[in-house]
Write a protein that binds this ligand. Structure first.
Ligand SMILES: [Zn+2]
Length: 113
């Protein structure tokens, strides 16, 4: 599958000696067949994507929040996304505690055994 930006792998086919036409892995110049799956290449691609995309994404979010023309619902979505990704996610786990009656029942069962 071709990438929207038209980038192709910089690797060369050993059989045809022609340039590979596969899409490179995101953040990388080569496809999975030409080294794109090597751990160090994947790690570098990940770092590159973080550097290239996170800053502009945060800037865009800030601009959306500060724009008076942005609908409140869109601002709320952006605020939720920012809070969720910065450690202020709502609690998703509920701890259920036994009732006093249950505890006393378990203790009584334990004493009987
Ligand atoms: Zn390739």
């Amino acid at each position: 599958m071709k990438r929207k930006d038209g980038l192709t792998c910089t690797g060369t086919s050993k059989q045809t000696k022609e340039r590979c036409g596969n899409p490179p892995i995101p953040g990388c110049k080569v496809c999975k067949f030409h080294g794109g799956k090597a751990p160090q290449v994947e790690a570098a691609a990940h770092r590159r994507l973080l550097t290239e995309l996170v800053g502009p994404a945060l800037t865009e979010m800030r601009d959306i929040l500060n724009d008076d023309k942005t609908p409140a619902a869109v601002k709320l979505g952006a605020i939720k996304d920012i809070l969720d990704r910065t450690g202020f996610k709502p609690v998703t786990q509920i701890q259920v505690m036994p009732t006093e009656e249950q505890l006393l029942g378990w203790i009584a069962e334990f004493d009987e055994s």
